[in-house]
Design a protein around this ligand. Structure first.
Ligand code: ZN
Ligand code: ZN
Length: 408
């Protein structure tokens, strides 16, 4: 008994965190599977929100909810005075029908923008929530030794709020997630790294409705839309110098028409623009507008083009990155960490970084038997998270939080 007590108290804080991370691994995986099987779209994460709040309370962590619709903030006051560090996880799933054959596969369906859709954690936010709850458990277990306060930010709607609603990190900040107590630095992680700056566009093509057998009596917006889709593809493939920076224009949805023998009045298409260069971005906007409007005009139709600027660029604070890099190297192993000073990402984490220094890092969860090219990307119905990577996520976040507090 004496020996056990001695070794327990002699264990350093770092060792205690490592041991606790191992211990919570199975809970983290079970929690991730539970959330995976019950995915919820942005601003609708009520079950997930309740699960998070219940767990935090059970750990003796102060809970503030709701915030930013379904968000939850947990506040863990350490046993020693110090600064305040925030750790963030996003909670929302996507309107994607899961195609991965898992025992905990999602079969959830819901209505999104008036359409019936499947719902899936195709971006890995289920893993982010499970990891952060694991971190909460680990840090609650060593709270007496923590010099400062850890705030857990569980944020809704990272992928964007439903039309007409506010949400995500922007609303979390507006609703005071970074205040009371004021946050000195914020950290976040994501289970993959395939991101580029993202923006979306919406094109409405106005034609003239008529009978499907007499197209000459109207203006067919479906044919015009088809031409615009192909026209847009020539922007990256034929008009931009992609040897300077990659660029993508994707049409992700087209809606128009109700039955086989009516040429509809209008067609709406939505899509996304990705590029890594600000100047190129502006140029792409102009070309999308011109392509859509001029093709529509050629067919006697009219196109309204609306482009929504994406999230600001996710910019890792250089001083904070330099300061925390040794921690990540120590935790993951030197050769497993690649540090980039500035990261371009379509991530609303940037809204926190606009207020306080922040660091966002990637966690590899690609199955070991798959190359980067073979593995399904985020948002794919085949997106798959190798759960053996989750424990590293818990350890990395826990150490980053504690090392940050210790260094101040
Ligand atoms: Zn995503
Ligand atoms: Zn994501």
């Amino acid at each position: 008994m004496t020996a056990t007590t001695l070794s327990a108290s002699a264990a350093t804080l770092d060792q205690r965190i490592d041991d606790a991370s191992k211990k919570v691994e199975s809970t983290v995986i079970a929690c991730r599977r539970d959330i995976h099987q019950h995915p919820e779209l942005g601003n609708r994460e009520t079950r997930t929100s309740k699960l998070i709040a219940d767990r935090l309370r059970a750990l003796g962590i102060e809970v503030k909810t709701p915030i930013a619709h379904t968000g939850v903030v947990g506040i863990l006051k350490g046993g020693k005075p110090g600064r305040v560090v925030a750790l963030r996880a996003d909670m929302d799933a996507l309107p994607v029908t899961e195609q991965v054959d898992l025992p905990f596969k999602s079969t959830v369906r819901t209505t999104f923008n008036g359409q019936e859709v499947g719902v899936m954690h195709a971006c890995g936010h289920d893993a982010h929530v499970a990891i952060l709850l694991g971190v909460a458990e680990v840090l609650a277990g060593v709270r007496d030794e923590i010099p400062g306060t850890v705030k857990f930010l569980f944020q809704p709607a990272e992928e964007g709020a439903p039309e007409g609603e506010q949400g995500g990190a922007e609303l979390m900040v507006k609703d005071g997630a970074l205040e009371n107590p004021h946050v000195d630095a914020v950290f976040g992680l994501h289970v993959t790294s395939r991101y580029a700056v993202g923006e979306s566009f919406k094109i409405k093509i106005h034609g003239k409705q008529t009978h499907g057998a007499y197209p000459w009596l109207g203006v067919d917006p479906i044919v015009v839309a088809s031409q615009i889709v192909l026209g847009l593809q020539t922007i990256p493939s034929r008009q931009l110098d992609v040897s300077l920076a990659p660029a993508i224009v994707t049409v992700g949805a087209i809606h128009g028409g109700v039955r086989n023998n009516i040429i509809p009045d209008e067609v709406e298409m939505i899509g996304t623009i990705r590029s890594l260069d600000q100047k190129m971005r502006d140029d792409i906007h102009a070309r999308i507008k011109r392509t859509a409007e001029d093709i529509a005009a050629a067919g006697g139709a009219k196109a309204d083009v609306a482009i929504t600027t994406g999230y600001p660029v996710t910019y890792n604070d250089p001083a904070l990155t330099e300061k925390m890099a040794p921690t990540l190297r120590r935790v993951a192993g030197d050769k497993n960490v690649t540090v980039v000073n500035a990261t371009l990402g379509a991530e609303d984490f940037s809204f926190y970084q606009q207020k306080v220094p922040g660091l966002f890092f990637w966690l590899g969860t690609r199955p070991k038997d798959k190359t980067a090219e073979e593995a399904a990307s985020n948002h794919s119905p085949f997106f798959y998270v190798d759960e053996s990577g989750l424990e590293l996520g818990v350890r990395a976040m826990s150490h980053v939080a504690v090392d940050y507090l210790k260094s101040n």
